[in-house]
Design a protein. Sequence first.
Length: 601
Amino acid sequence: MHSSPEFAMVTAPVIYSRPCSTRGVTKTQRSIDRSLKLIKTRMVVINKAQEMTMAALSVLNCLLKTVQAARADGDAHVWIPASSFPDELRETGVAALIRDDAKATALASADFGNVSFAPPAAAVLYPSCPADIAALLRASCARPSPFPVSARGCGHSVRGQAGAPGGVVVDMPSLGQLGGGSTSARLSVSVEGQYIDAGGEQLWVDVLRSALAHGLTPRSWTDYLHLTVGGTLSNAGISGQAFRHGPQISNVQELDVITGSGEMVTCSKEKEADLFDAVLGGLGQFGVITRARIPLVPAPTRARWVRLLYTGAAALTGDQERLIDVERGGAVSGLMDYVEGTVLADKGLIGSWRSPSPSSSSSSFFSEPDVAARVAKLAEEGGGVLYCLEGALYYGGAAGGESDVDKKLDVLLRDRRYARGFASVQDVSYVGFLDRVRDGELKLRAVGLWDVPHPWLNLFLPRSRVLDFAAGVFHDILRRGATGAMGPVLVYPMNRNRWDSETSAVFPEEEEVFYTVGILRSAVSDGDLGRLEEQNEEILRFCEEAGISCVQYLPYYADQTGWEKKHFGPAKWARFMERKRKYDPKAILSRGQRIFTAPPA
């Protein structure tokens, strides 16, 4: 257990339960029986002495029913906290939803990155509704020395950003689950209004499923769908659709937000617009997103998944830019619905580039027995580095028929500058394409390679410097420091005019097109983590010395100076500070980002 001097002792047991299987019944039976006996005994004493109000008695009855329900379900978590909770929490009833045992705090303090070793949270709140989160924030705000609070969805941050060292982590997936509830109640589609209201804790894959049940779909995605709505909207939410529709933060109509002072606010571009803009891309600094209204469009049913190999960065980026140029109307401008790219700078990655499945409807060199040798030979021509343009054309449903997509595909392949004979075209379902990364996750989990350190580095670069970056990083730093570490390296362009500069997101604004580079490696062998971290630092130094004004996406800086000088710049930092003073004046929210560790001056 972890204790904190900021809390006062609670003597009653705190009980949290959730529906589960009957596994582990025998292990918890004695604990449950003891808890039942303890609660019953205390209720008798309370009734005889009349020392508590009827309201308090009602709370104990509720706790008793919770344990009985947990016993029927086969499991319960019962504990007496060692740390103490402030009076404000006990008075609001939130204390009954808090755990502070070592297992809970350790889990809530971990993340996908597995590279952060900050002190764990002191406690975890399992809210049943947004009002519980508001009560927690009001209790913190009312204290002379507020405790930090951070919202945690799936824990997919990579540098401990969702942590709350010494404070309280809010377990967002608990919303709607306590008492045997269903999270589907926090997903509501309006067919007439063409939107979906989604709880901030909802996964994008569930948003997709709910919308598709009505023949509809959101327009903008991330490559990995098993992330929460609130989590991606607090950053930006990007993928290969962003060139056309913008990031996910450009595809929101309305939000429900709880500010750092515990105020529950509904906001949009028409109402409380400053808060709306602040929260989108705001890194959790201004409020907790508890609901988002996402616009929907008629859904396609199929996708032609295209991959083309290139031997040079100039050829790749030239084709990518022609494909995303939706304004000037060239032969292929806007032809594809999804455009990304990957860099193959490691022999292991180049040698393993294979066809996904013999049963797939595909036409490519992937099925040929000499594929590894052919790709390796092509890599030699490219100086040891290959590039892959990855794209998709949607069809079916409202997106046109198969003959239409075949015509588009012919136009697409005709004049592109890829290496002839190195094209893959695969026909997959729309859902299968969007959720394709999940298959890779399950395979990595099966061999124990998912929960490993992920020292990721994501950057935004101006279009005019992407070839300089490719020469210095892809063809030099990554080649020199090749470790055999797993993980893709992404590179693809986006149109600046699809981003909203009023939001808190930071992106290059000097040019019409900018690139995202995602160096998404996993440290799977001894020494990998240190080498990859050093390589990331070398890449950042290279950009600084070469005068490449890169901006980190999913950013991490060790202190406020780094945020101010390297990330925001003077004008955006001034606006960010002003919004912090307005919506979280005591700097309670998301201290794991290391932007504010004390109230803004």
